[in-house]
Design a protein. Structure first.
Length: 534
């Protein structure tokens, strides 16, 4: 076979993109032996018979290695190119791939996930087919529908490659076990594995774009109370509004960019490696924009056009066009920010946490106040304490009859409406333990998040103030000589709302009375008419 030309199909090969040219999978090949001595004789024979001559343009050395510890194949290709100008150009390619699947328990879990993925793809394929059947060509007028079709097609291709890869690996391994001297060509499988990885990456990219933009309602409900929800909304709205301006800018940008790339390719292509091809010129100019560039090479290649090219490119592309792009984004962002500032702000996560924190602190303070009040009543009562004395004392401190009766009944074991010394001591111990638990809960309670948030509506603020004022008034009870100005304002607002509600009710009652009087007058009028007729 080393002296017979073999087609790419017979070799099961594929084309290779080298540093100088692209080579097909056809050519002359020689399978080397597993022993060093035989391999040395084969290479010596090829050298003696001038297997590599002036017509040779490339020589490939292909082999594969396997690491059983991590279950990885490494498909290696070493390439030596012989350009027409003479000399040698070497390159290499190492492709570590995992071709043997479904060995460990986790692999079988991944297999179950792959089956679930196939079922999802089948379901959405049927769904899209039904939608196309219903809407016909109108279905393709939506960009999101076209994106759905693209995702399904890429998923089907990825599934097909995965099935082909698994079945082919089993066949090659079986052939290798039968004839260990044969060369197992894993290069096509490594190629398809790389394509599978590329397709999977592109599919995940489009799926993520679709999920985060198309299903905005889901993420809005999830991010409703998150602090950066407003920022994310501003960014997404800014990008959607400036699409047309950015497209127009991109057209002008790439016209000038490609003009400079052609200039650089024609001027420096034969002297500088970074400008040797048109594709390299494009990537090199992107590097210039990022500041990664060797100006000395350009200046040495052409002392006149080199500095002119570099200076004008940086001036037009960096100082003018890129700043125009930033101006488009900045102007659109300012408009979006102004529009969103005029919209009604929603409650955010920090507000919710702060509200819950305040409520928890109020409850802990109320419990601690109750414990302190009962402890003080016990100290004033001495050795024994009856229900009437405790009720009178706690009632004066703002506690309800139900609370007082529940506390007293808990410790009045004999039911004589009087606490003995033993019951008295038990209540003290429980109160002390309750005080320690409250202090511990209060110290372990996390502090609310401090972040920039937008103001809530007046109703929410008044509701919180009303609830807090209710707790505080109950906590102080009649022991307080007066109320604070804030509590007075809250009470005034509550009275105003009550007067408004009562006024609305009175006006409705007046309207009902007026209607009843009108009905009564109509009834009397009908009676008069009937009386006259009779």
């Amino acid at each position: 076979t080393s002296w017979t030309y073999t087609k790419e199909k017979d070799l099961n090969g594929s084309s290779h993109w080298g540093l100088i040219a692209t080579y097909s999978g056809a050519g002359y090949y020689q399978d080397l032996s597993r022993t060093r001595e035989v391999t040395a004789l084969q290479i010596a024979s090829l050298k003696q018979n001038l297997w590599l001559d002036r017509g040779t343009r490339a020589a490939f050395i292909d082999f594969s290695v396997y690491n059983a510890n991590i279950n990885l194949f490494c498909v290696v290709r070493l390439l030596v190119e012989f350009p027409a100008t003479g000399g040698l150009v070497t390159s290499w390619q190492f492709q570590p791939v995992r071709l043997i699947h479904y060995i460990s328990t986790f692999d079988f879990f991944l297999a179950a996930c792959e089956m679930a993925f196939c079922l999802f793809v089948l379901y959405y394929m049927v769904e899209e087919i039904l939608e196309i059947h219903i809407h016909r060509l109108h279905y393709f007028r939506s960009l999101w529908n076209c994106l759905d079709i693209l995702i399904i097609v890429l998923s089907v291709v990825a599934i097909g490659i995965s099935i082909y890869r698994t079945s082919t690996v089993d066949m090659l391994l079986k052939k290798l076990l039968e004839d260990q001297n044969s060369f197992p060509n894993f290069e096509p499988l490594a190629y398809w594995q790389m394509q599978f990885n590329n397709i999977t990456a592109v599919t995940v990219f489009f799926v993520w774009i679709k999920v985060t933009t198309r299903h905005k309602s889901f993420f809005s409900s999830f991010l409703k109370f998150v602090n950066f929800n407003r920022t994310m909304s501003q960014l997404s709205t800014t990008m959607s509004r400036c699409v047309k301006d950015v497209i127009g800018f991109a057209i002008m940008f790439f016209i000038i960019f490609l003009a400079y790339a052609q200039l650089a390719y024609l001027v420096f292509g034969s002297q500088i490696d970074d400008f040797s091809t048109f594709q390299d010129c494009i990537f090199t100019q992107f590097r210039i924009i990022l500041g990664d560039f060797n100006f000395t090479e350009v200046e040495e290649a052409n002392r006149i056009l080199g500095p002119i090219y570099f200076t004008t490119f940086v001036f037009f592309m960096f100082f003018i066009l890129l700043n125009m792009f930033l101006a488009i984004i900045s102007d659109t962002y300012s408009e979006v920010k102004l529009d969103m500032a005029q919209q009604k702000a929603e409650m955010e996560l920090s507000d919710l946490i702060r509200k819950g924190y305040n409520k928890a602190m109020i409850k802990l303070k109320l419990k601690k106040t109750t414990v302190d009040d009962i402890s003080e009543s016990l100290r004033q009562g001495g050795g024994k304490l009856n229900f009437d004395e405790l009720r009178q004392d706690l009632k004066g401190k703002g506690h309800t009859d139900a609370e007082i009766e529940a506390i007293f009944t808990k410790y009045d074991q004999d039911g004589d409406q009087e606490l003995t010394e033993h019951e008295h001591q038990q209540m003290r111990d429980d109160l002390e333990k309750e005080r320690e638990d409250l202090d511990l809960d209060r110290s372990s309670l996390p502090r609310p998040l401090s972040s920039r948030s937008f103001p809530r509506s007046l109703d929410d603020s008044e509701e919180d103030e009303d609830e807090d004022s209710g707790h505080s008034s109950r906590r102080r009870g009649s022991s307080s000589s007066g109320v604070s100005y804030e509590e007075f304002q809250v009470l005034m607002r509550r009275v105003d709302r009550m007067e408004h509600s009562i006024g609305s009710i009175v006006s409705k009652i007046d309207a009902v009375i007026v209607k009843l009087e009108a009905m009564e007058r109509a009834k009397l009028k009908r009676r008069d008419v009937l009386g006259r007729l009779l």
